[in-house]
Design a protein around this ligand. Structure first.
Ligand code: ACO
Ligand code: LMR
Length: 604
């Protein structure tokens, strides 16, 4: 892999470090990337499902996940992990990603991972061919393609340092701060960088100088390299060997900082954990001397570095190795941006014609479109177009629950309200408000508890005793008038539909074994219409390939009761119109139907 990142590279960002992620997205937008460089964020403690970020003046949503495994399974092409975990968790996060596979590069920002762990982690990455940048780094950049987090600073600074498009220098440093400074120096004295990595300041880092320089040697965009080493370690000698043996043929400019160390009596550790010389050959002066002897361009001091860069760059340009860069257009990030308060992912009314999940209304409304009301429900409620058998099931449910006569709680309320002179909407709402755990609103509960019991492999007896302990009547079991002897034909109809159309009905099969037990205790403890709907919906979603987590989200959101609410609204409206048509007077409940038991309230 000659190039570390491309314009299509996407990362999973571990930790919701919103400002760093925003900087990446601002960079992406500026350089004209099509896709955001951050595909997903791992935020183990967040309860949110996504985070909003600016994309130019607009906003986009990036999904949040509890762990890397889930994020990677939804974004298998995201092959960079930006590990922004603290030093306490960074090791575990890296190891999880290495064991998971599919990552080409892992960047670790934390400083101070225990050295024994860091060595094991780096060795494992090397064995698997994964490039580790860090620990203790700001990261790296391939200008015009992909930038890690805060590298290069603000967008203004990035453009000033020509980090928005590829130049010709390959830059490798230990230090992150000096990385940015060198990008600036190179942009002033040459044409910027083609690729740059700050390998990190810890004593044991993943990819070392030689790994990065060998990759840059193979990268045709890189015409010369700049290595900024520092006092401590012997990694620079591997570079010297590569130059001597001809593995690296491109010109290298190099400098090791920390030459001041010789003015101290004893070894001094500079900022980084690795920046301390344990032997003479680890001193900056010795390394600079050895690099110069090997034919590497080494300035007299750091102050002379800019001049040397200008010289080497000038020579390569004169020789025709480097050609003039045509400066690209950049997209400007607006100075003032407003975050949006609402998010909508199902319909859009901004164009000439409003759309339902991408389908213009005219493409779904009339019978010739092939869309039925079930298709419209499937796209607006679940954002997917379901196969015909599933759409037919949704419609069967609506039709099945549309009404059950005037005596049931909701219809009764709707009728009383209409007779009190209220309008359709008020009467409808008063009917709808009765839908709940006892009446019509046991569908979500049935799905939840039967699914749970089945997932836990509970026998029917265990399930009954579990629910008894919870003190909850099993949602979906029992009916006021229907029983084994007076079966609910709606339930028979739904079961027949499922038997003829569903690929399989494992949860219904389980529920029927529970029903056998409950009806053996009491004749009316049948699997009722709510229960049958809730349980078959789970069977339907499983057959459609939904994961358990996705199904749980639907259940928790109340999506199943919504079928009863929508279907029964048809019946309630019918009853309300009936009342209006009949011009029925206000209803007053008869005294003889009320047990009055009133005591005079005692004084306290
Ligand atoms: N789970 C366990 N035991 C039950 C259940 C149940 N779901 N339903 C009733 N029982 C038991 C009661 O504990 C009671 O036992 P007991 O005689 O030992 O005290 C006995 O059956 C009678 O209870 P009631 O509440 O009087 O039963 P009723 O027939 O009046 O209730 C109802 C019907 C409200 C539907 C009830 O069965 C229930 O709450 N079921 C769960 C909720 C549900 O599924 N509702 C949707 C119904 S369908 C629809 O509305 C479209
Ligand atoms: C209904 O659909 O409303 C019912 O099953 C409730 C009932 O008591 O009939």
């Amino acid at each position: 892999m000659a190039q570390l990142f491309t314009k299509d590279t996407q990362a999973i960002f571990w930790n919701n470090n919103a400002s760093a992620i925003q900087r990446m997205l601002d960079y992406d937008y500026t350089i004209g990337r099509e896709t955001p460089s951050v595909a997903a964020i791992v935020a183990p403690t967040s309860s949110s499902k996504f985070e909003k970020f600016f994309w130019g003046a607009d906003e986009i949503m990036i999904p949040l996940y509890k762990n890397t495994t889930e994020a990677k399974s939804d974004f298998p092409n995201a092959d960079v992990l930006l590990n922004f975990a603290s030093f306490r968790t960074a090791y575990d996060v890296t190891m999880e990603a290495l064991n998971l596979g599919g990552f080409k590069t892992i960047m670790i920002t934390a400083e101070g991972i225990p050295e024994r762990l860091a060595r094991g982690m780096n060795a494992k990455a090397r064995e698997l061919g994964v490039t580790v940048i860090g620990p203790a780094t700001v990261g790296g950049i391939v200008p015009g393609a992909f930038k890690i987090a805060n590298v290069g600073g603000t967008i203004e600074n990035i453009i000033n340092s020509k980090l928005h498009r590829a130049g010709s220098c390959g830059l490798v440093t230990r230090s992150g701060g000096l990385f940015n400074e060198l990008c600036n120096i190179i942009s002033i004295n040459a044409d910027g960088i083609a690729e740059g990595v700050a390998i990190g300041g810890d004593r044991f880092v993943g990819s070392v100088f030689i790994d990065n320089l060998l990759r840059m040697q193979d990268n045709p965009e890189v015409k010369y390299m700049l290595l900024l080493g520092e006092v401590g370690g012997v990694e620079e000698y591997k570079v010297i060997d590569a130059v001597k043996t001809g593995k690296i043929t491109k010109p290298i400019i190099a400098w090791c900082i920390g030459t001041i160390a010789k003015y101290y009596d004893s070894g001094v550790q500079f900022g980084h954990a690795g920046a301390s010389a344990n032997a003479e050959r680890e001193t900056a002066a010795a390394k600079n001397e050895a690099m110069a002897q090997a034919g590497i361009y080494v300035p007299k001091s750091f102050n002379d570095l800019p001049k040397l860069i200008a010289e080497v760059y000038g020579k390569l340009k004169a020789d025709g190795v480097i050609t003039e860069i045509v400066e690209p257009q950049v997209r400007e990030i607006p100075k003032v941006r407003k975050s949006k308060n609402f998010v909508c992912t199902i319909s859009d009314d901004r164009g000439e014609e409003a759309t339902y999940c991408g389908y213009p209304i005219s493409s779904v409304a009339t019978p010739d479109t092939g869309f039925t009301i079930g298709d419209v429900m499937s796209i607006l409620w679940f954002k997917k177009r379901y196969p015909r058998w599933a759409v037919d099931f949704l419609e069967t449910v609506l039709k099945t629950v549309a009404d059950h006569g005037p005596a049931v709680s909701g219809a009764h309320n709707a009728k009383v309200t209409a007779r009190a002179g209220k309008d359709v909407i008020s009467s409808l709402i008063s009917g709808l408000l009765t839908i709940g755990p006892r009446f019509g609103g046991a569908i979500d509960g049935a799905a939840k508890y039967f699914k749970y019991a089945n997932d836990c492999n509970m026998t029917p007896a265990e399930f009954l005793s579990y629910m008894k302990k919870q003190g909850i009547a099993i949602p979906g079991i029992g009916h006021r008038i229907k029983s084994v002897r007076n079966p609910d034909l709606r339930v028979s109809g739904l079961k027949k539909f499922a038997a003829e159309n569903f690929p399989s009905t494992p949860l219904l099969d389980y529920a029927l074994t529970v029903e056998e037990l409950t009806t053996s205790k009491k004749d009316n403890l049948i699997l009722n219409v709510d229960g049958t709907i809730g349980i078959l919906m789970v069977d339907m979603w499983r057959a459609l390939g939904y994961s358990d987590e996705e199904i749980d989200v639907f259940i928790d959101a109340g999506a199943l009761n919504a079928f009863f609410i929508l279907g029964r609204s048809i019946g309630f409206i019918g009853h309300i119109l009936d009342e209006k048509r009949l011009a029925m007077p206000m209803y007053r409940h008869p005294w003889d139907d009320i047990l009055y038991d009133i005591q005079t309230a005692p004084e306290i």
